[in-house]
Design a protein. Structure first.
Length: 254
């Protein structure tokens, strides 16, 4: 019963505690016969005028009143949990308001990301991409938590379709500039100008093949975004030209 005195710190703990509390009446019922036997034993001792110690008397009456005391404790605990649950619900509403403001900022950043079209600024653009990707991933984790808690609160689940759309819309930009960064700062310069013995040819071939597929998708996605389409076309053309060198590198390194 000491578990009933531990204050939950989240709605999930309240749910767990309520589930555990729901098993208590069954456990008490299962011990009913033992309780009756114990009370009968005390009555028998009384009939024989056996003098009970104060401790025994206390034990007798606490045993007799045990089920009622358990019921009262559960009722009190449920009232406290109701109040605590409402506090947690209000806290989440406040947190969701803050979330919505933060998400709107990043949503606007994604909506305006087509302005980045300068391949020479790829390092800074990559940093922007990484920041947005981290934020969107964090937002997705938070929305799953919010919906899970809303289910626990018994309230309607919030629709985060705007977030799903934003993640989907940003994917081509993320793919374009991450590939552009790897291609212009690592894969091509390392293969053409770096120490030849340090080239992992098989990994390089695999990375470039995956990148070519990603860029092809970007070319399709940016058919109505001319600036980004030009960047994707430039990377694709450069990779196509490099295709003549790649088999030679792989062959020599293997």
């Amino acid at each position: 019963m000491n578990k009933l005195n531990i204050r939950p710190n989240a709605i999930e703990q309240i749910v767990d505690l309520r589930q555990w509390m729901s098993t208590i009446p069954t456990e008490v019922h299962e011990r009913h016969d033992d309780l009756i036997k114990m009370v009968n034993y005390f009555d028998m001792l009384g009939n024989f005028q056996y003098e009970l110690s104060d401790q025994d008397v206390s034990l007798r009456w606490s045993t007799f009143g045990g089920p009622k005391a358990v019921d009262d404790k559960i009722e009190d605990c449920n009232l406290q949990l109701d109040e605590l649950q409402e506090t947690f619900r209000q806290d989440q509403l406040t947190e969701q308001d803050k979330f919505n403001r933060e998400f709107k900022n990043y949503q606007q950043m994604v909506q305006g990301f087509s302005k980045y079209v300068d391949l020479s600024d790829v390092k800074n653009i990559r940093l922007e991409v990484q920041d947005i990707n981290r934020a969107l991933k964090s937002f997705e984790e938070k929305t799953r938590l919010y919906n899970s808690r809303e289910a626990a609160f018994g309230t309607q689940l919030t629709d985060y379709e705007d977030l799903s759309s934003t993640v989907k819309n940003f994917q081509p930009y993320s793919d374009l500039w991450l590939v552009a960064y790897d291609w212009t700062t690592s894969w091509k310069p390392d293969a053409m100008d770096g120490p030849f013995v340090e080239i992992d040819a098989d990994k390089l071939a695999k990375d470039i093949e995956n990148a070519k597929r990603a860029i092809k998708k970007c070319q399709k996605a940016f058919k109505d975004v001319p600036g980004c389409k030009l960047v994707a076309d430039e990377i694709a053309a450069d990779m196509l030209e490099f295709d003549t060198c790649l088999p030679v590198i792989v062959s020599l390194r293997n």
